[in-house]
Design a protein around this ligand. Structure first.
Ligand code: HEC
Length: 377
C-alpha cells in the first residue's frame, strides 16, 4: 500500500447522493469501494458492487460433505467392515443412519459458519478496523454517510480517489492511514486473553459449586434422590439381614413361570401337546416371536443359516431337516424351555402362549418348504 494509505473517505449527508456517487465511481476502478452509513441505504450495496456473502455457499458445501461422510462411514462400518444383521434388516439400512447423518451435517455446517465468520470473513485475530480511528467516524455513526475507496493495490492513486469523491458530491474528504496497531494480536496479548478466559471459568465454576453447597436448598426443591427408598444391590438398615433386595418367599413361583414337569426335550415330547389352536392370530404371534428371538440364529425360514456374522461359530438346528420335522411339538417346546448345548433356554424371555405360538410357527415353516396338496386348501 503506497504511502501507508488505507483508504480515502468521502462524507455525504444525502443517501441519494452517495448511491449516485458510488454508481459513478465504481466503473473507474480506483480501488475497492466500501460504504459506512448510520442506517441501511437502499441500493447502496449494489452500487458499491457488494457481492452476496460467500458464507451460505460454504456452509452448504461443508454440510453436504458432512452428510456424505456420515453416510459413507456408517455404511462402510455396517455393511463392509463389521457386517452384523440386526433384526433381519439389510446391512445397508440407510434409514437407521439418518440421525447421525443429521448430527454430522449440523456439526460441519455450524463449525464452518462460526470459524469462517470469525477467522475468514471477520479477519480474526485482527481486532478493529482502520476506519474506526478516522476523524469522520463520529459523524458516520450519527448522521453522515461515508463512501470509501480502499487501496487495493500498490499503484493506488489517492489523489485521483480524492478528486473522484469531491467531483461526485462529497462534502469533505479524509485520508485514512494504515494504523500501526493494525496487526495480529501479540503473543502477550494472546496469553492475557487466555488467562482471562481461564480465570473467568474458574471463578464461575468455583462460585457455582460453593453456592450449590453452601446455600441450603429449601423445599419444595428437595432432590429426588434424598428420599427414603430401597435400592437393589445396596445395603439397607430397614431389614434385619441388612439387604435392600428381598429374596423370593420360599416355595413361590413367578406368574407364568411354573418349573417344567419334564427334565429333557425327549420327555417333553412324550408328555406335552400344543394346547393352542392354530389360528391366524396365533400364527402371527408365533412369527413375531420367531423373528424377535429365533431368526437371528435359525435363519428367517428356519433353515439353520444364522443371520449373525460368521464370527458366531454355532450350528443352530435346521428346522427343515427330516430329523427335526419328525420331532413331536412337545419336544420342540422342551428344547425352547431347557435349552440344548449352544442353544440357550428361552423360558425366561417368553410367556407360555409365546412359546407354543412359536412352536406352531416352526411347523408352519416346515410345511411351507414342503407343502402337500391339503396345505393349499
Ligand atoms: C443363540 C443362537 C440361538 C437362538 C437365538 C435360538 N437357537 Fe435354537 N438352537 C441353537 C443351536 C446352536 C441349536 C443346536 C443345538 C444342538 O443340537 O446342539 C439349536 C437347536 C434348536 C432346536 C432343535 C433341537 C433339536 O431337537 O435338535 C429347536 C427346536 C430350537 N433350537 C428352537 C429355537 C427357538 C424356538 C428359538 C427362539 C425362541 C431358538 N431356538 C433360538 C441356537 C439358537
Amino acid at each position: 500500500m503506497s504511502g501507508g494509505t488505507f483508504a480515502v473517505l468521502g462524507l455525504f449527508s444525502d443517501a441519494h447522493r452517495i448511491v449516485d456517487a458510488a454508481n459513478q465511481i465504481r466503473p473507474r476502478r480506483l480501488g475497492r469501494l466500501e460504504a459506512y452509513t448510520p442506517y441501511p441505504v437502499h441500493g447502496l450495496a449494489r452500487a458499491i458492487g457488494l457481492a452476496p456473502s460467500r458464507l451460505g455457499r460454504l456452509v452448504m458445501l461443508m454440510g453436504v460433505i458432512g452428510a456424505g461422510l456420515a453416510l459413507l462411514f456408517q455404511g462402510w462400518v455396517s455393511a463392509v467392515d463389521y457386517p452384523l444383521y440386526t433384526g433381519g434388516k439389510p446391512l445397508f439400512s440407510w434409514q437407521a443412519f439418518v440421525p447421525v447423518i443429521f448430527e454430522v451435517t449440523v456439526l460441519f455446517a455450524t463449525f464452518t459458519a462460526g470459524l469462517a465468520m470469525l477467522f475468514g470473513l471477520n479477519k480474526l485475530p485482527c481486532f478493529g478496523h482502520p476506519v474506526l480511528h478516522s476523524k469522520a467516524i463520529k459523524d458516520i455513526t450519527r448522521d453522515k454517510l461515508a463512501l470509501s475507496i480502499e487501496a487495493d493495490r500498490a499503484a493506488f492513486d489517492a489523489d485521483a480517489a480524492r478528486q473522484a469523491l469531491l467531483d461526485n458530491g462529497a462534502e469533505s474528504v479524509e485520508l485514512v492511514p494504515v494504523p500501526i496497531y493494525d496487526r495480529p494480536l501479540s503473543l502477550v496479548g494472546l496469553l492475557r486473553t487466555i488467562a482471562a478466559i481461564v480465570a473467568a471459568c474458574v471463578v464461575a465454576g468455583v462460585g457455582l459449586y460453593a453456592a450449590e453447597k453452601l446455600i441450603p436448598i429449601v423445599p419444595p426443591m428437595i432432590h429426588m434422590h434424598d428420599q427414603p427408598k430401597l435400592n437393589a444391590f445396596r445395603e439397607s438398615a430397614f431389614f434385619a439381614d441388612g439387604r435392600g433386595m428381598r429374596p423370593a418367599v420360599a416355595g413361590t413361583v413367578a406368574r407364568g413361570h411354573l418349573p417344567p414337569a419334564f427334565t429333557s426335550p425327549e420327555e417333553a415330547g412324550t408328555l406335552l401337546g400344543n394346547p393352542l389352536p392354530l389360528t391366524q392370530t396365533i400364527a402371527e404371534r408365533g412369527r413375531k416371536v420367531f423373528g424377535d428371538h429365533c431368526a437371528i440364529c435359525h435363519g428367517l425360514v428356519g433353515d439353520g443359516v444364522p443371520l449373525l456374522s460368521r464370527a458366531y461359530g454355532g450350528k443352530p438346528g435346521n428346522f427343515l431337516s427330516n430329523e427335526i420335522r419328525a420331532r413331536p411339538e412337545g419336544h420342540l417346546y422342551g428344547v425352547l424351555m431347557l435349552g440344548k448345548n449352544a442353544m440357550p433356554s428361552y423360558a425366561a424371555d417368553l410367556d407360555e402362549d409365546d412359546r407354543w405360538a412359536v412352536v406352531h410357527y416352526i411347523r408352519i415353516l416346515q410345511r411351507a418348504q414342503n407343502a402337500k396338496d391339503e396345505d393349499l386348501r
